[in-house]
Design a protein around this ligand. Structure first.
Ligand code: CO
Length: 211
């Protein structure tokens, strides 16, 4: 039995053959540039690949993934991706996609030390604190965990809305929509959390930038 690693390059060749057979211009077209309409901010979890679960092709989604799909305002990597996506690619939609069964969110719910990652996970504990009242009323631990996954996405979408990058885009003439999704590992379906923002109108005044 070959290891999975050995099959990766073979699979690549096979994929190129299949794609070019269907569309001989596929690679020459894509190599001219990209104009994806969507930015995906998802979990690094191997079971939640943006293109596969949305049935999209290379060139259609600009992707940023990290542990527990976080939008942290000191994260230069995330900010650079966001700025490029909004101000150079002019993407129309940003989707924060979390998933039930997220190890990062699970880690935030217990008190075990996991090393340096605890500093990252602490941002999820902050989400728990913000929604402590609601979460403390959910007796079943699994249900509480699922709800924290959802609330974490809600807060990350809001964290996007708080950025000057997104708010400056809203002042322009191109629409930009933020969305929050949760993916189910059990059945493959996405739940739209219906936390959509298309302007800063619904933000607390304290978060609104003038110019
Ligand atoms: Co995860």
């Amino acid at each position: 039995m070959p290891e999975l690693y050995d099959t990766l390059l073979k699979n690549n060749k096979k994929w190129v053959e299949e794609v070019t057979e269907k569309d001989p211009d596929f690679f020459s077209n894509l190599s001219k540039g990209q104009a994806p309409p969507v930015l995906w901010i998802g979990c690094a979890d191997s079971r939640v690949p943006a293109n596969v679960i949305t049935g999209t092709q290379p060139g259609e989604i600009f992707v940023h993934r990290n542990i527990a799909n976080m939008v942290i305002h000191t994260d230069m990597n995330m900010l650079s991706v966001l700025d490029y996506a909004v101000n150079v690619l002019y993407i129309r939609h940003i989707i924060v996609c979390g998933h039930y069964g997220c190890g990062g969110v699970r880690a935030a719910m217990n008190n075990t030390q996991n090393g340096i990652i605890d500093n990252w996970i602490c941002h999820i504990k902050d989400v728990y604190r913000l929604h402590h009242e609601e979460l403390s009323q959910i007796a079943d631990e699994e249900a509480r965990y699922n709800r924290l996954v959802e609330l974490n996405v809600v807060e990350q979408v809001l964290d996007l809305a708080k950025t000057s990058i997104v708010q400056n885009a809203w002042k322009g003439d191109k629409p930009l929509w933020l969305h929050g999704w949760v993916y189910s590992l059990d059945n493959g379906l996405v739940k739209d959390l219906d936390v959509t923002y298309g302007s800063n109108a619904e933000l607390l005044d304290i978060y609104k930038f003038n110019e």
